[in-house]
Design a protein around this ligand. Sequence first.
Ligand code: GLA
Length: 343
Amino acid sequence: MDLKTAYEPYFRIGVAISPLNLQNPAHCRLVQAEFNSFTCENDMKPMYFLDEKENLAHPEKYDTAPALSFRTATPYLEFAKKSGIAMRGHTLLWHHQTPVWFFHEGYDADKPLASRETMLARMENYIHGVLDFVQTGYPGIIYAWDVVNEAVGDDHQYRKSLWYDILGSDFITSAFTFARKYADPSVALFYNDYETSQEEKCNFIIHNILKPLMAEKLIDGMGLQSHLLMDHPDPERYRAALEQYGALGLQIHVTELDMHNADPSPESMHRLAERYQQFFRIYLDAKISGKANITSVTFWNLRDEDSWLTGFRKETSYPLLFQGDCKPKEAYEAVLRLGAEAR
Ligand code: GLA
C-alpha cells in the first residue's frame, strides 16, 4: 500500500517539489510511488513567469502584455506528463516573489506606480498567457490553480500589497474573473492562505473574499496552507474552521502541510506521527461526514532535508514523512495506516 492508494477513495495526496528533487531519480521514483499530485515549490511563481530581461529591455513593447518565460515551469510539466501525475498550479497572484518593477510605469521601479488600467491589462494578459501555455502544451495536467495567495495580512484586514495599493481589494475579483475567463472549465480556481483556522482571519476570508467570489461563481475552492507547529493550532480549532469553510460548499485543498519540529529524538518523532494521524483523522472525518469536501492534501516538501522550515525557522527541522535516502519515518507509517484502515 502507498499513500495515494490508501487515500484514493477520499482525496489526492500531493507533495511540493524543487529542481533538486526533479533531478534526483530516487526522489522522482518516490513521488511516483506515493503521490498522485504535486506542486512546484517555487518555479511557477510570478517572478519566474515574468521575463525580467525581456520586459526591462523592451518596456514599451510589453507595457500592457508582459513577456513571459516558461523555462523553469516546463521540466515539471514534462515530468507530470511523463509520469501521469496531476499538478496544482501555484500561484498566479501573490505579493511575495513578484518583481517590484512589474507594478511600475515602464517596468522601472524608479518611476511612479502604473495606472489602474495598465495593471488590469498586465494582469489579464499575464493570466491569459500562463493558462494558455499550460493548457495548450499540457492539457489536463493542472487540475487546480491558486489564483490569489495570501491577500490577508496579520492584522486580519486586506494586506497592503502593491496589487492592493493600485487596484484596491477588487484586485482579487479581477484576478478570478480573468482566471475564469481563460481556464479550461475542468480547472478549479482556489484562494490560498496561511493561519486559516485563526478565528478572525477565518471570518474575514469567508465574508470578504470567499462569499463575494462565490456570488459571482468565480471560485471553486479554499486552500488551507497548514504550516503547523507541534502545539499550534489546537486541532479542535482547526477542525472548527475546516467545517466553517466546508459549510460554504467549496472544495477544500490542504495545500502546504508540514509540522515544524526541531527535535529528531525517537520520542519527538513519535509525537510527530501522532499529530499527523490526528490531523488526517480530522480530514477523513470531515470528508466522510460531508462537513468539508476535501479533494486534495499536499505535503510541503518531500524529505526533512528539503524542508523550507530549516531556513525559515533558523533551526534544523524534521517536519515531514520521509528523510535522507527517501526513508519513510514513523509519521509515514501512521498516516498510511490510518488511510488504509479507512478504505
Ligand atoms: C507560503 C507560500 C509557498 C511557500 C511557503 C514557504 O506558504 O504559499 O509558496 O513559499 O510560503 O516555502
